[in-house]
Write a protein of this length. Structure first.
Ligand code: APR
Length: 314
């Protein structure tokens, strides 16, 4: 058993970056470098976290040299939505520029790291990170499927009157309004969802409402909080981080650059992947019906169009 201390660098020490640092430190996942262009923010959060956990394994910095030889880099840098910004796509142009600078740093200081992208619109940001940093596709993933699935599981559990932990849902596609929840493949305590809905006397309408709440879960939180969600996005990233560091071979829905799977090529979009010590160890191809495949393709195409709209030519 390898007994090495891992190095985890978090780029962007804002709400999500700070929460990831906290969770990763609580779980003793490794040494943590918090980087932000706002040096005070990174250093302040690192100090506060260090005091809270009586540890000297967290540093805050605005020097990219400090991310040298990281095992994992988690990217949360950039602009988040504010109330009134209904689509994550509006952040695209500004955040592509941020990804370019982060990718340069990864290339220079830590080219072998496993990279998890959270910055929105996450599928586009994962794609440009993959290209700018010249990473193999098994070493770069976007976090969104875990988040969308956790929202779907939650809203479904509330409609059914069961624990959110009893629901095993799956949401594919891009992290946007055209995400693709798959009720046909959802189970509740091991029982197919459709059977459970029948038993509970719930109809299609109840399911449609759950799906709508899932689609707009992020916007609902944004309107309530006046800033975008951060606890659940951070938890999603930490689940991916742990799967990689501990070679868990978990199957998690993540944005990955597809290479013909699901009949999609050279687009990053959410599908189930196996995460272990070599990064993405496999892409799980679910057998979709015609409607599901059509919705998935539509979602992938809107990611592709956004990539084209920023003038990207591969
Ligand atoms: N390099 C490093 N850090 C940067 C850069 C940059 N070029 N540009 C911005 N940042 C930092 C900001 O200083 C800020 O501290 O990124 C941080 C972002 O933090 P928040 O504004 O708190 O945003 P957060 O809620 O954490 O979301 C981060 O993830 O889910 C997405 O849509 C969300 O794109 C957003 C990102």
């Amino acid at each position: 058993v390898e007994n090495r201390v891992y190095k985890i660098s978090i780029i962007g020490a804002g709400r999500i970056g700070g929460t990831i640092a906290h969770l990763a430190a609580l779980k003793n996942l490794g040494h943590i470098v918090l980087f932000d262009i706002d040096e005070g923010l990174a250093q302040g959060k690192a100090l506060d976290l260090s005091h809270s956990l009586a540890t000297d394994t967290i540093i805050g910095t605005h020097s990219y040299q400090d991310i040298t030889d990281s095992d994992v880099v988690i990217v949360t840098a950039g602009t988040a939505r504010t109330p009134g910004v209904t689509s994550r796509d509006a952040l695209c142009e500004a955040n592509v520029a941020v990804m370019r600078s982060v990718a340069e740093a990864i290339k220079s200081y830590t080219p072998s790291a496993f990279v998890i992208v959270i910055t929105n619109p996450v599928d586009v940001m994962t794609y440009v990170m993959h290209k700018f940093a010249e990473l193999n596709r098994n070493m770069v993933l976007g976090m969104s499927g875990i988040l969308d699935t956790s929202r779907y599981n939650y809203f479904l559990s509330q409609a059914l009157g069961v624990s959110p932990k009893a629901v095993q849902g799956i949401v594919l596609g891009g992290h946007g309004d055209d995400m693709v929840p798959l009720p046909r493949l959802t189970t509740v305590g091991g029982v197919p969802l459709m059977e459970v809905l029948n038993q509970k006397g719930l109809d299609e309408h109840a399911l449609t409402q759950v799906i709508e709440k899932t689609r707009y879960g992020g916007t609902t939180i944004l309107n309530l909080l006046k800033t975008s969600a951060f606890y659940a996005p951070a938890s999603g990233a930490v689940e991916m981080l742990e799967a990689y560091l501990h070679d868990q071979k978990k199957i998690l829905p993540c944005s990955v650059c597809l290479n013909g799977e699901y009949d999609v090529r050279d687009v990053c979009v959410g599908v189930p992947v196996v995460i272990g010590q070599t990064g993405v160890e496999g892409v799980i191809e679910l057998e979709l019906n015609e409607m599901e495949q059509m919705n998935f393709k539509k979602s992938a195409q809107s990611v592709e169009m956004m990539v084209k709209s920023i003038g990207w030519t591969s």
